[in-house]
Ligand binder design. Structure first.
Ligand SMILES: [Zn+2]
Length: 60
């Protein structure tokens, strides 16, 4: 679809001129679309896994 920049008429794909007002249609390419920059993902700080040493149960 090529929308006319002058009148907004919806022209068929590949149309070079607006079928309504005759204005030159500018083919909008998707190359100039700004890339959505994802927000910096903060890495989840995982605490160092300290081996849990079982306390000696010999305390009597
Ligand atoms: Zn037009």
């Amino acid at each position: 679809m090529a929308f006319c920049g002058q009148c907004g008429f919806e022209n068929p794909e590949g149309a070079k001129f607006c079928g309504n007002c005759g204005a030159t249609l500018i083919q909008l390419t998707t190359e100039n679309t700004p890339v959505k920059t994802a927000p910096p993902t903060t890495p989840i700080e995982t605490p160092p896994t300290t081996p849990v040493e079982a306390p000696p149960t010999m305390t009597v």
